[in-house]
Ligand binder design. Structure first.
Ligand code: NAD
Ligand code: WQD
Length: 336
């Protein structure tokens, strides 16, 4: 297939580019590089030995995006481009709504004008808000508690309405749980700007000596060790989920919704311990106040993706930590 990847130079996008190329698909990438480096694109070419075109292009720019579609014939779009930091979205709601919502509107308009009928969208477990029960199935109640999450939930609705209006349209909504790890080559990985918000990049920057200690946000949750439990998934497994989704659901009209997680929860302290073992480094931590809005426990029921897409996450927590450490120790400053 010929696939346009928006946001393809970012963390999950670059890993998905690798798996799409390895599977023999042709790709074109657009990214405005607002949260990524073009160096990831060179690394993807190195890993796969395959070439593709990268356009430094903002999906808000209708003319620029139209030009990319005019010059190519795409079978499908995998849409990663968006802003993703929960805390920042509370400080800059207008920027988040504009970038994520308007960017997707422009993309959908250009897709319609070029007759492209298949889209795979990066949604998030954030659409489940603070879940009442676990494991979480796709039909669990949906609500959001921050602007970032609201853009995901609203875009799920927008995309579903687009599929309803066009009977040939295939929309796949992939709800990711907590992506971590890196490609096993150590050539691409997560490279957050500034101090990381998410646990794994924070822990790995402590291990590599860039940060002094991990703040563990609360040890009074109703979990075995009192710290928050999440469903961490290797970014390569997540990338392979996109491959299956686009291969199996393109040209199958309708809305297809899948959780992409492992179905297994790990606590913050278990993650620190696993990362310490993988890196051979001591990882100092302190118990800090709970972070507002955090759920105690969140993990997926991923059986729908297994049954429908023939996809399961295969890489365990040791491999996730080893690969994250391999990337972090080889690239202590990320792509900089
Ligand atoms: P990322 O920031 O590494 O990748 C997103 C990419 O989109 C970046 O390269 C950025 O430069 C680009 N981008 C942003 N706005 C753009 C615009 N207007 N035009 C063109 N490019 C633009 O983030 P990621 O972790 O790879 O996430 C990819 C997608 O998955 C995002 O939509 C994110 O919300 C979603 N998601 C991420 C997680 C996670 O924990 N990483 C979890 C669930 C869902
Ligand atoms: C994991 C656990 C924290 C940092 C977020 C978004 C979600 C999705 C994935 C995009 C929690 C604890 C964290 C730290 C800590 N992203 N923690 N110290 O909050 O599950 O999900 O990323 O869609 O929408 O909300 O991930 O990695 O921030 O936190 O103790 O420095 O680690 O309290 O229990 P989260 P996270």
């Amino acid at each position: 297939m010929k696939i346009l990847v928006t946001g393809g130079s970012g963390y999950i996008g670059s890993h998905t580019c690798v798996e799409l190329l390895n599977a023999g698909h042709e790709i074109t990438v657009v990214d405005n590089l607002s949260n990524s480096s073009e160096k990831s694109m060179e690394a993807v070419k190195k890993i796969t030995g395959k070439d593709f075109t990268f356009h430094k292009c903002d999906i808000l720019d209708y003319e620029a995006l139209t030009k990319v579609f005019d010059e190519n014939t795409f079978d499908a779009v995998i849409h990663f481009a968006g802003l993703k930091a929960v805390g920042e979205s509370c400080e800059k709601p207008i920027e988040y709504y504009h970038n994520n919502m308007t960017g997707t509107f422009v993309l959908l308009r250009v897709m319609r004008e070029h007759g492209v009928k298949n889209i795979v969208f990066s949604s998030s477990a954030t659409v489940y808000g603070v879940p009442e029960t676990v494991p979480i199935k796709e039909d669990a109640p949906l609500f959001t508690i921050n602007p970032y999450g609201s853009t995901k939930l609203m875009l799920e609705r927008v995309l579903s309405d687009v599929a309803l209006a066009d009977k040939d349209m295939s929309v796949v909504l992939l709800r990711y749980f907590n992506p971590i790890g890196a490609h096993e080559s150590g050539l691409i990985g997560e490279d957050p700007n500034g101090i990381p918000n998410n646990l794994l990049p924070y822990v790995s920057q402590v291990a590599v000596g860039r940060l002094p200690k991990v703040n563990v946000y609360g040890n009074n949750y109703p979990t075995p060790d009192g710290t928050g439990v999440r469903d961490y998934i290797h970014v390569t497994d997540l990338a392979l989920g996109h491959l299956k989704a686009v291969e199996k659901k393109a040209n199958v009209p309708g809305v297809h919704i899948y959780n992409l997680g492992t179905g297994q929860g790990y606590s913050v302290l278990q993650i620190i311990d696993a990362f310490s073992k993988a890196s051979g480094k001591e990882i100092p931590y302190v118990i800090a106040p709970n972070r507002p809005g955090d759920a105690a426990i969140c993990y997926a029921d991923a059986t729908k993706a297994k049954e429908d897409l023939d996809w399961v996450a295969e890489r365990g927590i040791e491999k996730m930590c080893q690969d994250a450490w391999n990337w972090q120790s080889k690239n202590p400053e990320g792509f900089k």
